[in-house]
Design a protein around this ligand. Structure first.
Ligand SMILES: N[C@@H](CCC(=O)N[C@@H](CS)C(=O)NCC(=O)O)C(=O)O
Length: 208
């Protein structure tokens, strides 16, 4: 069996896939591809991650997570109850559609990454990101408070998909302050970020 992950190790999507690999106890060879400077031949839209397993390639993180869970963990991270499963998929879609850009590309980059490199923060971009987060976090709070997924008890694919995005967001002081306003979501993040799969794959753990 060969399992290979084409990814950019500092990226949020790379952590998402590495986190689930840790959850399902599968090892993949990491092949570095920087989509911001390189051509990613393995991906039709020049993105990462791409998973390769026994010669089959899968892209789109949501599909990669489903595949790894089914193949290596007999679906342990995918609830079978219809409403719980719908909430899980809903969180994954929310994360991709409304989360990645404001949380990671705007708030994390401007509020954490650029300052850590002694580069100026673009305040307008940061504000745009925070405004995007203010539309998303209340919805995630409702889902977390409902308790089917993001419940700080059992990992699902929703936890694996969302936790790195919230972790990147909370690296920025402005992100961390906003997250605190959402009590169920904050309690969930405190729990999930202590899980070994999260801790061992967090690329930000080396950031000061
Ligand atoms: N829909 C894709 C999104 C992946 C994605 O945006 N990955 C980022 C890395 S964190 C990327 O490749 N960005 C390159 C770019 O925006 O040009 C997925 O779910 O896998």
């Amino acid at each position: 069996m060969t399992l290979r992950l084409f990814a950019y190790s500092p990226s949020v999507y790379c952590q998402i896939v590495r986190l689930i690999l840790a959850e399902v106890r599968a090892d993949a060879e990491l092949v570095e591809r920087d989509p911001f400077t390189d051509t990613v031949e393995e991906h039709p839209y020049n993105r990462v991650p791409v998973l390769e397993h026994d010669g089959n390639r899968i892209y789109e993180t949501v599909a990669i997570l489903r595949y790894l869970d089914s193949h290596f963990a007999v679906g342990r991270l995918t609830p079978t109850d219809p409403l719980t499963q719908a909430r899980m998929v809903q969180v994954q879609a929310l994360a991709d559609t409304y989360g990645y850009w404001p949380l990671a590309r705007q708030v994390f980059v401007q509020g954490a990454e650029r300052p850590s490199r002694k580069q100026a923060c673009d305040q307008e971009e940061l504000t745009k990101g925070l405004n995007g987060a203010k539309k998303l976090l209340p919805e995630l709070e409702k889902i977390s408070a409902e308790g089917l997924v993001l419940n700080a008890r059992a990992m699902t694919l929703a936890d694996c998909h969302l936790a790195p995005m919230i972790g990147f967001f909370a690296r920025a002081p402005e992100g961390a302050a906003l997250l605190k306003e959402f009590t169920a979501l904050s309690a969930w993040f405190a729990w999930v970020s202590q899980q070994e799969s999260y801790r061992s794959t967090d690329p930000n753990r080396f950031m000061t």
